[in-house]
Write a protein that binds this ligand. Structure first.
Ligand code: PLP
Length: 396
């Protein structure tokens, strides 16, 4: 957590008061929540009344996608289609699939190009096919695995003439690249505190004032009756502090991080010449990739092995792929970008943030050759075992 977020959280946690209570302590807590709402709104280019506090990005995505789908299909039962990019986070992807399995939604997947950017020509064609059947469009602002910044403004421009609402998951983008809710024309936008130096357990959904959502969670009618539950004053104050700090230094921090990221990419490609950068190169920060994201595939390597060896050497990285019941699966994002399962198996994501220094980048580059050599051995062994297993007809 950022120092200002930690200070705000610690201070509020030592106080009492339910912000919905009418006594003095309650009114004081209510003031803190409302000031936090104003601060968060200012950082995201929204009106305070458009901020709905939630428990995080996953809940915000659920409320937006289900809430829009239910409200729009209730207004007109013919609106059943959801247009969704193939590289969304599971918080959106699984919600959309759940609506298709249980609530009669029809999903149209919109492909991405080889850098992970949504194909606007496909979106345009799908909207033109039958605009009146579309409940919503959902397109993340920036991808969490490969860092690709999406053409959100262009997608809104295609949907808006037909009155189709667009939701964007901006969990990775908020305070990393400029995010202005008002200017975006989006119907809803999801953010999460723990991605921006705030605490885990709080997020927000920005909801444009003319947008109608059906609530997912019912109870005391908090947050415009869209998200019932006692508000977490301490977390709201810390979230707002992190958002204010992040938004105020966005240009300088993006430049600093993009410089480190470019050095990291150069260093990795020099240390392991057969590594392949995924997503847009964005050298010198052109706004096509998150400034703090670098993602590679290492041919012939097992991503998990690389992760574990790097971890032992003091570098914490990620494969980005989901692990279902202990079986690692290749990333749906890389597969959507056209990678083979084999290539996607060797994925590794390095993300840097406000505490990262040039020395950290050098440490990664120094550790990589040994980690790579060991992961490649593991990759060869795993491939051998897959070949043998295939021969026996067993599946693993
Ligand atoms: N959306 C994106 C793009 C994310 O990267 C994440 C978390 O990694 C989420 C949604 C989920 O957010 P949360 O962890 O706050 O539920």
């Amino acid at each position: 957590m950022s120092a200002s977020a930690l200070a705000a959280m610690t201070q509020e946690m030592s106080r009492t008061g339910n912000p919905s209570s009418l006594h003095g302590a309650g009114r004081r807590a209510h003031r803190v929540v409302e000031e936090s709402r104003e601060r968060l709104a200012a950082a995201a280019g929204a009106h305070p009344s458009e901020v709905i506090f939630t428990s995080g990005g996953t809940e915000s995505d659920n409320l937006a996608v289900k809430g829009l789908y239910w409200a729009r299909s209730a207004q007109d039962p013919a609106r059943r289609r959801i247009l969704c990019s193939t590289v969304e986070h599971h918080a959106v992807l699984d919600t959309v699939e759940w609506l298709a399995a249980h609530e009669g939604a029809e999903v149209t997947w919109i492909d991405v190009d080889s850098t992970g950017r949504m194909r606007l020509d496909e979106l345009e064609a799908e909207i033109a096919r039958d605009p009146s059947s579309i409940a919503l469009v959902t397109l993340m602002w920036a991808n969490n695995e490969v860092g690709t910044v999406q053409p959100v403004a262009e997608a809104v421009a295609l949907a808006a003439p037909h009155g189709i609402p667009v939701h964007s998951d901006a969990v990775q983008a908020f305070t990393a690249v400029p995010v202005d809710f008002r200017a975006s024309g989006l119907a809803t936008l999801a953010v999460s505190a723990h991605k921006i130096g705030g605490p885990v357990g709080i997020g927000a959904l920005l909801v444009r004032r003319d947008i109608v959502l059906t609530a997912v969670q019912h109870g005391g009618g908090h947050e415009r009756a869209l998200r019932s539950g006692t508000l977490n004053t301490a977390a709201a104050a810390a979230f707002a502090a992190a958002a204010g700090e992040g938004a105020s230094r966005i240009a300088a921090e993006a430049e600093r991080l993009a410089g480190l990221r470019d050095a990291l990419i150069e260093g990795v490609l020099a240390a392991v010449p057969d590594a392949v950068l995924s997503g847009p190169a964005d050298v010198g920060q052109t706004g096509e990739r998150l400034p703090g994201n670098a993602h590679f595939t290492f041919p012939g390597c097992e991503g998990d092995s690389l992760l574990f060896v790097l971890d032992m050497l003091g570098v914490q990285s990620s494969t980005g792929s989901a692990c279902t019941a202990g079986v690692p699966r290749p990333s749906h994002v890389l597969l959507a970008m056209g990678y083979s399962e084999e290539a996607a198996r060797g994925a590794q994501r390095f993300t840097i943030g406000h505490t990262t220094t040039a020395a950290d980048v050098e440490a990664l580059v120094a550790a990589l050759p040994e980690a790579h050599a060991r992961a490649k051995q593991a990759g060869m062994a795993a491939k051998q075992s897959r070949i043998q297993t295939a021969g026996t007809g067993l599946s693993v």
